[in-house]
Design a protein around this ligand. Sequence first.
Ligand code: C2O
Length: 578
Amino acid sequence: MAMAISSLLRPWPLAMATMMVLIIQAQGITRHYDFNVQMANVTRLCGTKSIVTVNGQFPGPELIAREGDRVHVRVTNHVAHNMSIHWHGIRQLTTGWADGPAYVTQCPIQTGQTYVYKFTVTGQRGTLWWHAHISWFRATVYGAIVILPKLGVPYPFPAPHEEVPVIFGEWWAADTEDIMSKALKVGGAPNISDAYTINGLPGPLYNCSAKDTFKLKVTPGKTYLLRLINAALNDELFFSVANHTLTVVEVDAVYVKPFTVKTLVISPAMTTNVLLTTSPVYPNANFYMAAAPYSVIRPGTYDNTTVAGILEYHKPGSPSTPGLDKTLPLFKPTLPFFNDTKFVTSFTTKLLSLASKQYPAAVAQSVDRRFFFTIGLGTLPSPKNMTCQGPNGTQFAAAVNNVSLVLPSMALLQSHFTGLSRGVYASNSPAMPLSPFNYTGTPPNNTHVATGTRLLSLPYTTSVELVMQDTSVLGIESHPLHLHGYNFFVVGQGFGNYDPTNDPAKFNLVGPVERNTVGVPAGGWVAIRFLADNPSVWFMHCHLEVHTTWGLRMAWPVQTGPKPNEKLLPPPSDMPKC
Ligand code: C2O
């Protein structure tokens, strides 16, 4: 060890150092992580709860890599539940087996078993995150993925003084698995959460919680890079820091054209990097950094609380203070009204690709296949001899073009790869609604959805355009839709029903934002484009966990190309079995 360090410190001849940098730049290094899934007792909001964690940490460990690095994460399951972990937003080029969604790309890791996820970080830089991808375990099993640019490559914005992950979460006093399975049993809606958290801490606005407050200690006149991640299960969040502005520089590990706001909105699954520059002089005050939900659904059916952390200035010349100086004034930000869709639209339309020479926006100018998906809630009839707790005694369901996806008891990718899909899934999910209706008007009487394991197959390098249309069947709602294995470009969005004749003329095909999760606007539509150049089976779903549970999910098997680097690698030998 001592030798390794001294050889690192020894001043190398400059040429050799440069050469090493170039080699590492070209090839990257392999980063090894050990993730032990284990129980831990955590006390929040006046109560102690036993939760599933990685390595006993909540939130879980941060995963750091540089663009071009290989990452090996050895996950060992020590808990009594099945587990799987998803590297949210990582493109997984040719390594679909490492993507993580249970019953889509893998069977879950059973108690006592180990699976090593192996992937390379290619063409991405910024913030992503990892989370459990089975049942509702992601409520406590999540953490940040920090992707640094290649060695020697600077950020396309001023280098920050410090970088800080700020992860929003959602906390239930009761056990989330109990809540979810009870809701499914009665066909009703699951109980709403009791608090939001910042880096696992609910903060001073909840009972027994003041000591569990995230504090960001800052120095005057410096710039901080906040790596924001919304890991909440069911809620989109507004976020603001009192008396400070936030400059958005990246979303979903893609640089954007910088713009400055006082408040931003971040949906579950999304990541947003912002620069926060502190006051040049010591302000003699502290500042709340607060988040509260954006929701257009009926008040009372979502958690309408506020999480706050504190931005605390280090007083120049004074020794670092152990506690918060309570004699100082504490400023609070004003967040938008809970259903301020106008604010959300004005924020999302500011997001554009950086589209520079170094970071171009490679949006497809032509399209091979067009799809139109209705995205929304519906109902399923109650089982025989039972009255469910959904609308009019039905059970809640959610669907894409009326199909509520049922996951099989083996992995979809397994049956796709072996060619044994028969009896596991059908490739006939509708490319458009079977019977078009006024999607955002008065809903038709028959709102029932159908269950099935129906997917949509794509030939290699299909250029896809997908319009996703929110429906008013059970009330309009905004849905953060996430596509695995790809980034896509958000070429257009609007309210009301999508107009295939006139709306495409307004598409931005020059520098639209590129990301992996997009909000289907409440009572509106969004159009995305992506190139199906990554063979595997890719999950796509609403990242509001309650909607995923109700079936708002589908999957795209993508065929392989002719060249060796256009094929999915064979399954790793330690692939978990069902
Ligand atoms: Cu954040 Cu299916 O994933």
